[in-house]
Design a protein around this ligand. Structure first.
Ligand SMILES: *Cc1c(COP(=O)(O)O)cnc(C)c1O
Length: 382
């Protein structure tokens, strides 16, 4: 017998395909598309999402670490994968053998890789990262040209890409402009020296939404969030048609475990941070921070029950969360509740939940825990 899920995520694979088509349309057919699938494809499930993206027109995958890269190679041997995090010395041998593309930030990394590659009689395929203001990985922009010129002389190093990363593309147009100028100067200086790495890339989701992409400087983009139909919200405004055109891929649900009437003056949940101001109808839901529903949602977020937004009351606990269902009509044990997604005419986006929790949508989706089964829908027409 099929048992009810208590807390689960429905992943709409058709929505991913539509988002990919929208990205293609926006970026132009000649530009390559790297879909970023780190952190279990932003919580959507790496294996299923990667397989689906392979069938629907991604060119390259972006991942955080070697394990994620190898997972992709097991599904699609030979697919281009770029590891966006630094490659640890202890990972280099395997990374080179498995032909995972690597991000490098300095000469030391390049030399170490060169030795590993030479020993194997193989090439290490590298993307040189330029730090234009993110301050995380990458060579300082003033030193990038020198390093790029040294690479061809290192045995076994193949320079496949040149990249940078924006620190505030959704927030700050002037700073993004500053980063672009630094990067575009590096690209130009390299060209003047006859160096043309095949892939030049910088645009994350926010840059895709806010920046003009002149083909001369960039020929690949690296969206993560947009692939999943979530937009990076910041101080820079976004055209209103976006919300309509992007399809949110993930719907996160749980169930009503118990319905009860509570009298006035009753403290609810740990610490009694909520005390009923009047007699109330309360539902106890089968979700908690053990499922990745952030504790910060306590007394702040809303959850859809009976097609209406019901306020979370009291603290979120490990496995259960309470909501005020006073306006929700008839509610009974076993009913579905929606944490992210639509129910009837009501909807809660990952962005909205993030705001309630004082965080960002990336953290909301990557935090959904292993306890939450991902259930896949659509995708057959690939
Ligand atoms: C995560 C990441 C991306 C994708 O970022 P989004 O904001 O989700 O589009 C692109 N590039 C690098 C280097 C990243 O680490």
């Amino acid at each position: 017998m099929m048992r009810d899920y208590r807390c689960w995520a429905e992943i709409d694979l058709d929505a991913i395909r539509e988002n990919l088509a929208w990205l293609r349309d926006r970026m132009g057919a000649e530009r390559k598309l790297m879909t970023v699938v780190k952190a279990d494809a932003y919580g959507h499930g790496l294996r299923q999402i990667a397989a689906h993206l392979m069938q629907n027109g991604t060119d390259v995958f972006g991942v955080a670490n070697l394990e994620e890269a190898l997972t992709i190679h097991r599904i699609g041997p030979g697919w281009p994968v770029l590891m966006l995090g630094a490659c640890l010395p202890g990972e280099m041998d395997e990374a080179v053998r498995e032909e995972v593309m690597l991000t490098i930030s300095n000469g030391e990394e390049a030399e170490r890789l060169s030795r590993v590659a030479a020993k194997q009689g193989k090439s290490a395929i590298v993307h040189l990262k330029v730090d234009t203001g993110m301050g995380r990985l990458g060579v300082a922009s003033g030193e990038a040209v020198d390093l790029a010129r040294r690479l061809p002389s290192m045995p076994g190093i193949r320079l496949e890409g040149l990249m940078t990363h924006f620190a505030a593309a959704e927030e700050d147009a002037a700073f993004t402009d500053w980063q672009r100028n630094l990067f575009e100067r590096v690209v130009k200086d390299l060209r003047d020296q006859g160096l043309r790495p095949p892939l030049v890339h910088a645009f994350n989701s926010a840059a895709i939404l806010h920046e003009e992409d002149e083909g001369f400087y960039y020929n690949m983009v690296r969206p993560g969030l947009l692939v999943y139909g979530i937009w990076p919200k910041g101080a820079r405004s976004i055209g209103t048609d976006l919300a309509v055109r992007l399809k949110q891929v993930l719907t996160w649900k749980c169930r009503v475990g118990l319905v009860k009437e509570v009298t006035k003056g009753v403290p609810l949940s740990y610490g009694g941070s909520f005390v009923t101001p009047r007699p109330m109808r309360i539902a106890t839901l089968t979700v908690g921070y053990g499922d990745g529903y952030l504790r910060a949602a306590g007394n702040r977020a809303k959850i859809l029950v009976g097609g209406v937004e019901c306020p979370v009351v009291g603290r979120v606990t490990m496995d259960q969360t309470l909501v005020d269902i006073g306006t929700a009509g008839e509610v009974k044990a076993g009913d579905e509740a929606v944490l992210i997604g639509r129910q009837g005419r009501a909807a809660i986006t990952a962005n909205r939940l993030a705001e309630w929790c004082n965080t960002i949508p990336w953290e909301i989706v990557t935090n959904i825990s292993y306890r939450v089964p991902r259930v896949y829908r659509g995708g057959k027409a690939a």
